[in-house]
Structures are given as structure tokens and as C-alpha cells.
Design a protein around this ligand. Structure first.
Ligand SMILES: *[C@@H]1O[C@H](CO)[C@@H](O)[C@H](O)[C@H]1NC(C)=O
Ligand SMILES: *[C@@H]1O[C@H](CO)[C@@H](O)[C@H](O)[C@H]1NC(C)=O
Ligand SMILES: *[C@@H]1O[C@H](CO)[C@@H](O)[C@H](O)[C@H]1NC(C)=O
Ligand SMILES: *[C@@H]1O[C@H](CO)[C@@H](O)[C@H](O)[C@H]1NC(C)=O
Ligand SMILES: *[C@@H]1O[C@H](CO)[C@@H](O)[C@H](O)[C@H]1NC(C)=O
Ligand SMILES: *[C@@H]1O[C@H](CO)[C@@H](O)[C@H](O)[C@H]1NC(C)=O
Length: 358
């Protein structure tokens, strides 16, 4: 995950710095900004854009290995010989070798500012190189999942004569198509996407490792609150002080059924979590029975995540039984309340009954 956080921090710093540096520049005339390291695997293509802008405007590119020469001023043949290509604000190294490793700078127009890039060419897969060329992705179990091939340091589409030839995915050497109609837990792992580019009859590549994490899907959870009585009453679900929605287009709602059998009225209020999310866990819900006369009764539940999913149904069954027994003792005379909890799939939730009232 640190590989994910690091670029964000860099971007934030860069977003904050320019105004500050522009201020400095207006005082001193010239400023210089170092914008971190770019890692590339040996033999692969890498593109640098001058300060996030890959446009056509002319800038001066220099390389620490070319004695401050403007790379853009080199002839096409010279550029080819160095295995690079300068187009406006883009510098493209077609096939990186250790000779390309070093510092590059670009400065727009009148050289009042200069941006520095450090380029590191990975010849062997060191830990640092591996970390810097891996990108995390998350998908949810049993949902469609399209792997995203990163677009970091790839040549801008506007560069003429470099054409993108598509992407090939594989996992441990096995070809994959980068799309799952329903992703499963054992689909997790490291996928490689290989982008290819055609430039003057030669094909060049840029590969990325995408680390796919398959997260458990939020299961549908139904908590039934059942009450049987001999006078009219309502059974309602509350979250805090507000009643839960009865509109089934909400992610959490409840619906109810009412059955009349002789003198007995049986009511079931089903609290439905379409997809239990992490934020639903630890929230408390209350099933309240409002009788036309007499005090109301309620029972409160809290969802909690279980470490071991295979015990979920058991825990739920025990939880359900507990509620029935305790409630039966407390309000035996007036009502029989029965809470049963059904869990489809196995997210690993259980409910805990924390309060009981009359
Ligand atoms: C690139 O710049 C860094 C920091 O400014 C410096 O330590 C390093 O020696 C430079 N590398 C080359 C090859 O000039
Ligand atoms: C450099 O360019 C900036 C913006 O384009 C301009 O404001 C500044 O006057 C120029 N400086 C010189 C020395 O030409
Ligand atoms: C693109 O390729 C064509 C044909 O090879 C060539 O004439 C043209 O100069 C190239 N354009 C650039 C910007 O290099
Ligand atoms: C990318 O694909 C090309 C062509 O199939 C292959 O030569 C190259 O080794 C691949 N790169 C990686 C890192 O798999
Ligand atoms: C349920 O909620 C949706 C979306 O907020 C709304 O469009 C719809 O009209 C509501 N249905 C009822 C019966 O209130
Ligand atoms: C309540 O909603 C759930 C989920 O949409 C549905 O399966 C169930 O049949 C509904 N029950 C009633 C009584 O409408």
C-alpha cells in the first residue's frame, strides 16, 4: 500500500510548491524543482513530460550525461543514436539502458524555471524497483472486474509516429484477458500488463505489475424481527432516533409482513442490508414493538465482523436463540418476539444483542 501512498504525497507537494516557488522566482529570477525518481526496467520505454504537461510547446531538455546540451537541438539521427526522442514537452527513451540513467531537466522557454527528473534503470528486479513498478488494484468478489493498466510515464497519444499497439495481460506467464465477469478470491495476485508501441517499424514495450486484491463482497443480510400478539401493534426498525427507510431503493431498508391467524396477529419486520459494508458494522439498529396500548418493547442489535467466516451461521443461530429466550422471559405475558437472522453468502458478520427493553 505504501507504493500507492507515495505518489499521492509527491503530487500533493508538487501541487503546493509551484505558487510558493513562483513567489521565490519572482524574487530571485530562477528556480529549480526536483521532482523525484522515475524507475524503468532495462529494455523498456519511458516517457517524461515537462512538469506534467506533455504538450507541444518547445522546452529545453538536458541530460546530466550530455554536458548540458539541449537534447531537442540534436538532429534526429543523433537522437536515434542515443535511443531517445524529444517532442515538445515530452522526452521519450525508447529502450532504456544503464547509459540512460541519470538526471534530466526541462525548462520552459526563457529558462526562468527548471524541473529535474532522476531516472533509474532497473537491470535486475531489486526490491525498490519492484515496489516502484507495482500498482495495487482492488476488486470485490463475485463482481465484474477490469484490470487497469497504469498510464504512468507512457508516451502521450499526441506524439506523432508512435502508435500504441494495445495491451497484453498475463499472470505468471499465463495469458489473461484482464477482465473478469465475476472475480473470485483465487484470482488475486500479480498481473503484468505489457503495452507495446510501434515507432519506425520497431516495437517497444512498457510493462507494469498490477497487484490485484480481491476483497470479500458485502453479503446480503436480513434480520427478521418477529412478534406475535393479540392486540394491534407496529413493528419498526430504528437506527438511532430515526426510522429506517422502507423504500427498497436504499442500501438499508426494512419491509414487513402481517399475518392474522384467529386472534393471533403475527408481524415480521425484515431489516435488509443489500450489501453489508464495513461502515454498517458496529452500527446499532433497534427493532421496536409499539402496541396500541401498553409500553413498547425493543431489542437492539449490533453487527460485528467475525474473524472466522465458517462459524458465522452457528453464531447467528445461537444469537437468535438467545434473543428468543431472553425476550420470552421478559415479555412473556404480552408478546412473543422472535428474532431470526439470515445471512446469505459469508461476509462474516454476527449480531450481538446489547439491550433489551420493555
Ligand atoms: C542526480 O542528482 C542527484 C541529486 O541531485 C545526485 O545525487 C546524483 O549524483 C545525480 N546523478 C547523476 C548521474 O548526475
Ligand atoms: C520568461 O517567461 C515568463 C512567462 O512566459 C515571463 O513572464 C518572463 O518575463 C520571461 N522572462 C524573461 C527573462 O524573458
Ligand atoms: C513521421 O514519420 C513520417 C514518415 O516516416 C516522417 O515523414 C515524419 O517526418 C515523421 N514525423 C515526425 C514528427 O517525426
Ligand atoms: C512484453 O511483450 C514483449 C512481446 O511479446 C516481450 O518481448 C516482452 O518480454 C514482454 N515484457 C515483459 C516484461 O513481459
Ligand atoms: C424510493 O426512492 C427512490 C430514490 O430516492 C425514489 O425515486 C422513489 O420514488 C422512492 N419510492 C417510493 C415509493 O417512495
Ligand atoms: C423484503 O425485501 C427483501 C429484499 O428485497 C425481499 O427478498 C423480501 O421478499 C421482501 N419481503 C417482503 C415481505 O416484501
Amino acid at each position: 500500500m505504501s507504493g500507492c501512498a507515495a505518489p499521492r504525497v509527491v503530487m500533493m507537494v508538487e501541487a503546493l510548491l509551484p505558487p510558493l516557488l513562483l513567489l521565490l522566482a519572482s524574487l530571485t529570477g530562477v528556480f529549480s524543482l526536483r521532482t523525484g525518481q522515475t524507475y524503468v526496467r532495462a529494455g523498456e520505454m519511458v516517457a517524461l513530460c515537462c512538469h506534467h504537461d506533455c504538450g507541444d510547446a518547445k522546452v529545453i531538455w538536458t541530460s546530466s550525461s550530455s554536458q548540458e546540451r539541449d537534447l531537442a537541438d540534436m538532429s534526429s539521427a543523433e537522437q536515434t543514436q542515443m535511443g531517445l526522442l524529444v517532442r515538445g514537452r515530452s522526452l521519450v527513451i525508447l529502450s532504456a539502458s544503464v547509459n540512460h540513467q541519470g538526471n534530466y531537466s526541462c525548462s520552459p522557454g526563457n529558462a526562468s524555471s527548471r524541473f529535474w527528473f532522476g531516472l533509474i534503470v532497473c537491470t535486475t528486479q531489486s526490491r525498490e524497483c519492484e515496489k516502484r513498478t507495482q500498482y495495487p488494484q482492488q476488486c470485490h468478489q463475485q463482481e465484474a472486474c477490469t484490470l487497469n493498466c497504469p498510464t504512468v510515464n507512457i508516451p502521450a497519444a499526441s506524439i506523432t509516429n508512435i502508435t500504441s499497439n494495445g495491451i497484453i495481460w498475463n499472470k505468471e506467464g499465463e495469458p489473461k484477458d484482464g477482465y473478469f465477469s465475476s472475480v473470485e478470491e483465487n484470482d488475486h495476485g500479480v498481473y503484468t500488463c505489457n503495452r507495446s508501441y510501434l515507432y519506425r517499424t520497431q516495437v517497444y514495450h512498457k510493462t507494469f505489475a498490477v497487484v490485484l486484491e480481491v476483497k470479500p463482497n458485502g453479503a446480503t443480510l436480513v434480520v427478521d424481527c418477529k412478534a406475535v400478539t393479540y392486540s394491534d401493534f407496529d413493528v419498526l426498525w430504528f437506527h438511532g432516533k430515526s426510522e429506517v427507510e422502507t423504500n427498497n431503493s436504499f442500501p438499508v431498508f426494512y419491509n414487513y409482513t402481517r399475518e392474522v391467524k384467529g386472534a393471533e396477529i403475527k408481524m415480521t419486520a425484515s431489516l435488509v442490508f443489500k450489501k453489508v459494508s464495513e461502515e454498517d458494522l458496529s452500527k446499532t439498529y433497534t427493532c421496536r414493538l409499539d402496541a396500541v396500548s401498553g409500553p413498547s418493547s425493543f431489542v437492539t442489535i449490533t453487527l460485528a465482523q467475525k474473524a472466522h467466516t465458517s462459524y458465522v451461521s452457528l453464531a447467528l443461530a445461537v444469537g437468535g436463540v438467545m434473543v428468543v429466550m431472553v425476550l420470552a422471559v421478559v415479555i412473556y405475558v404480552r408478546f412473543k418476539i422472535n428474532i431470526t437472522i439470515f445471512l446469505r453468502d459469508t461476509l462474516g458478520c454476527h449480531s450481538s444483542i446489547s439491550e433489551l427493553g420493555r
